[in-house]
Design a protein around this ligand. Structure first.
Ligand SMILES: [Zn+2]
Ligand SMILES: [Zn+2]
Length: 175
């Protein structure tokens, strides 16, 4: 039996539904379409509270899928980074352990606790709120661009109909 499946069997909230994410961590299902990294769930049970934003969970033996409590240690981001630098330089720290996004726990964290979609949407919204006149101007420019594209297509259609032998009046009506 592998350490992973042993952990799974012992896990009090075990319901099935897990996979290894692109960074090599075990994701466990915590609800409909909701996943969390298993080592973070286990670590929170160990310390009896949710992890703070600056806290990372380190795998002592280096195996990212070995989520037995005795293999996990909660460290501050700085201490964790330093440890990996000491162990093997920058390359060993390619995939820092970051929590999933809080807005969509099944998506990777991008910034400010959010996934990339939500973060960019919020950033755009904030930009529009800060610069309403710029937002209005860019909306107007987009509208004009769409309109001129529409006119261009109309001209092309008109030319095609004329080339096919249609009268100018008829082509204008259909273009
Ligand atoms: Zn680590
Ligand atoms: Zn999101």
């Amino acid at each position: 039996m592998t350490p992973m499946s042993r952990q799974g069997d012992n896990h009090p909230n075990w319901k099935g539904g897990r996979y290894i994410d692109s960074a090599g961590y075990v994701q466990v299902r915590i609800g409909v379409n909701r996943y969390r990294r298993e080592h973070r769930v286990v670590a929170e049970k160990m310390i009896g509270r949710p992890l703070a934003p600056g806290e990372c969970v380190h795998h002592l033996n280096g195996c990212k899928t070995d989520n037995r409590p005795e293999n996990l240690e909660v460290l501050g981001t700085g201490a964790h980074t330093l440890l990996h630098w000491q162990e093997g330089g920058k390359e060993a720290f390619q995939q820092p352990d970051r929590p999933n996004a809080t807005c969509h726990p099944d998506r990777p964290h991008h910034a400010k606790g959010q996934c990339k979609n939500c973060y960019l949407a919020a950033a755009q919204k904030a930009y529009r709120a800060r610069h309403p006149e710029r937002a209005k101007a860019s909306d107007k420019a987009q509208k004009e661009k769409n309109y001129s594209k529409h006119q261009e297509r109309k001209r092309e259609r008109y030319a095609e109909l004329r080339a096919a032998g249609m009268s100018a009046a008829e082509a204008r009506g259909l273009a």
